[in-house]
Design a binder for this molecule. Structure first.
Ligand code: UDX
Length: 433
């Protein structure tokens, strides 16, 4: 099929590349000329494992092309995916200016039947709005489909190629058949393509992300309580998670969730609720608890240093909001750094991918190390903010030799408490004594 993807950001580029992988002819559109120029020259503009291999393979096979012209995109695709940003508005709602702006252009430029697919995470009712905006400008037939993505950063290619489910929100048989045909190669394992109305599809995405954010937050509260009563959250987690109704995944406590999706989507759903006179009390609590959780290590650090943090040399391992990404949006590390800088600490950080992004954001307020051991030289304490695999099995002897003081504050519970104590380190983690 001929497919157009409007918006070549994270979701758009993964979608376009993975659709090309099964033989579709994909044209990716973006208004950013520089980005299109770079991609035409074979440069992948984002870091995402395995994406580069597919990207280059499909460019070589001439199945993946790029353009800044929306007209060209409209002429090319039978299906037009909208993978546009929906940034958080000041009041927490999702800003639809990009989605509706492109819809307006599509309405003006459309010359034959097209299926317009909302891939961006958009509030309930957006498909209706997109339809109205396009329909204002044209009498040509078209369908609008809601087809939310469930891609995790770091696993996006795998998630796209082998999805647990595909959700298609549409009331048009013609569009549904076409979408099913497009996704058939991706669900050969038998995973379902679930067809529903547009609004339910839009809400499915928000409900899934808000539920997962709530699950994490619930465990963070259990962890905080464990610390007060002397229980071990790791044991509680395993005890709970073996109940198949609960499940083992997403029960890991830590210093809170971050990233481009959970924080934004939870706030947006909360705001949409308000707009419909519904008060999502649980989401209010999730937002509040998560914000506080990002700083859960700070009182432990203050307590350890008897409230005198000034001039303490602190090493930080991990800046990205989670491993396998260079994304620092809403990353707990940034809040921790901010707090430590206000207390006049000297910080040296190491992250395998995210240091350039942090440097762009806060410059030389902190130092950046060449590797994880370089970061801990003369440090009074080490703080772990992201669970990159490389941090899971450090050479403790080497750390001992380098650090001025052998103390670890672990925001991701990477180690068994007894193992670290046996190495003669002081060790503080989340929900364990
Ligand atoms: C998420 C959803 O998983 C994905 O389906 C959606 O499309 C986009 O949002 P992503 O933001 O890439 O994906 O990351 P994910 O791996 O889900 O982790 C989200 C956050 O939760 C991270 O900050 C992570 O550290 C945190 N987390 C996750 C925990 O704190 N504990 C857990 O047990 C799991």
């Amino acid at each position: 099929m001929n497919i157009t993807v409007v918006g070549s950001g994270y979701v758009g580029l993964v979608t376009g590349t993975c659709l090309a992988e099964t033989g579709n002819n994909v044209l990716c559109i973006d208004i950013d000329e520089n980005k299109i120029h770079k991609m035409k020259n074979g440069e992948v503009p984002i870091y995402e494992p395995h994406l580069d291999i597919l990207f280059h393979r499909n460019i070589k096979a001439n199945r993946l092309n790029f353009s800044t012209s929306l007209q060209e995109g409209l002429d090319h695709g039978e299906i037009i995916f909208l993978a546009l940003p929906t940034p958080e508005d000041e009041d927490g709602s999702a800003d639809l200016k990009y989605v509706l702006g492109v819809a307006e252009d599509i309405g003006k430029k459309i010359t034959e039947y097209k299926i317009i697919v909302d891939k961006s995470t958009v509030p309930v009712g957006t498909a209706e709005k997109v339809e109205a905006v396009i329909g204002k400008h044209t009498n040509i037939e078209f369908d609008v489909v809601s087809n939310p993505e469930f891609l995790r950063e770091g696993f996006a290619v795998d998630d796209f190629l082998k999805p647990e489910r595909i959700v298609i929100g549409s009331s048009s048989e013609r569009a549904i058949e076409k979408m099913k045909k497009l996704y058939k190669p991706y669900v050969r394992s038998g995973n379902p393509i679930i067809v529903m109305d547009e609004k339910s599809a839009e809400l499915t995405k928000y409900a899934a992300n808000a539920f997962l954010a709530t699950k994490i937050t619930f465990m963070n509260e259990i962890a905080n309580y464990c610390e007060r009563v002397g229980a071990d959250v790791d044991k509680v987690r395993i005890g709970m998670g073996t109940d198949s109704r609960i499940g083992k995944r997403f029960l890991f406590p830590g210093i809170g969730y971050g990233g481009s999706c959970f924080p934004k989507d939870v706030k947006a759903l909360h705001k949409s609720g308000k707009d419909s006179n519904y008060d999502f009390k649980i989401l209010d609590a999730v937002i509040d608890v998560n914000q506080k959780q990002k700083l859960a290590l700070i009182p432990k650090i203050e307590n350890y240093f008897n409230n005198s943090l000034s001039d303490k040399k602190i090493a930080i391992w991990g800046l990205a909001f989670k491993p396998e990404t260079d994304d620092i949006r809403e990353a707990p590390s940034l809040e921790i750094i901010n707090e430590l800088l206000e207390n006049n600490c000297k910080i040296t950080a190491f992250d395998p991918e995210a240091m350039p992004n942090v440097e762009k954001k806060i410059g030389n307020k902190i130092a950046y190390a060449n590797d994880m051991y370089d970061a801990v030289k003369d440090a009074d304490a080490l703080i772990i903010c992201t669970e990159w695999s490389i941090f899971r099995t450090p050479n403790f002897d080497k750390l001992k030799g380098l650090m001025a003081n052998q103390t670890i504050f672990d925001g991701r519970n990477l180690y068994e408490v007894n193992d670290v104590l046996a190495e003669n380190f002081e060790y503080f983690s989340i929900g364990r004594l």
